[in-house]
Design a protein around this ligand. Structure first.
Ligand code: NAP
Length: 188
């Protein structure tokens, strides 16, 4: 009853603010790079379904139609922002846009496969450096995306669901480790 009085009385505005703060505090948030297609888009889809706050970044939001469609129906839970992870100025601009917003999980998903035929003794340094600049430390498996191709073993929902189960179990004790999508650890 006391709560009802607070809600309906002169402190009603404050009550609403508290409700918003409480809600925001409880809702985990994630920043996903390369969220416009493939595995990144699936991460955004699944975390949004779980009511997380999503900061979905991609190189070109104007052409990220599926992501913008999800954002439109999300009541602000999914925000699209521009970020090219290989361009420091672009990363800094995104950081500025996110200033003051708590982020619980960063999914540095953006990546490129690089051209074929890059073997030891036949590596173009600039290309190799570019690939490493945009690499990830969790192996998603061989996944049916533009990169993995249609014959890959896993679908994006399968890979992402498994990685999310793994992410749920990670803590500071796993820092610096390298995991396969199914939870197996790589010795490196
Ligand atoms: N699929 C597999 O079998 C597989 C296997 C092992 C590892 N992986 C890794 O998993 C991650 C996701 O792969 P995926 O299969 O979803 O690949 P994908 O379908 O080719 O998508 C790659 C994503 O990365 C983005 N991206 C590339 N360079 C970027 C940059 N400089 N800045 C921002 N975004 C950039 C792309 O954006 P644009 O649309 O702008 O190009 C796209 O959103 C990658 O790191 C990849 O190396 C995938």
């Amino acid at each position: 009853m006391v709560w009802q009085m607070v809600k309906d009385g002169p402190f009603g505005g404050l009550w609403n603010q508290l409700k918003i703060l409480r809600h925001e505090k409880m809702m985990p948030s994630t920043l996903i790079s390369g969220a416009n297609r493939g595995i990144g888009l699936e991460f955004a889809r699944q975390y949004l379904a779980d009511k997380w706050q999503i900061y979905a970044s991609c190189r070109d939001p104007s052409s990220a139609s599926e992501l913008r469609r999800m954002a439109d129906g999300s009541r602000g839970k999914l925000q699209v922002l521009s970020m090219d992870v290989g361009d420091l100025a672009s990363v800094k601009a995104a950081a500025l846009e996110l200033q003051g917003k708590p982020i619980d999980l960063i999914l540095n998903n953006a990546g490129i496969g690089g051209p074929r035929g890059q073997t030891i003794g036949n590596i173009d340094y600039e290309t190799w450096r570019h690939v490493l600049d945009t690499c990830v430390v969790m192996n998603p498996g061989w996944v049916q995306t533009d990169m993995g191709g249609q014959h890959a073993r896993l679908t994006a929902p399968e890979s992402v669901s498994a990685m999310r189960r793994l992410i749920d179990k990670l803590g500071p004790g796993q820092s610096g480790k390298f995991f396969n999508w199914d939870g197996r650890e790589y010795a490196w």
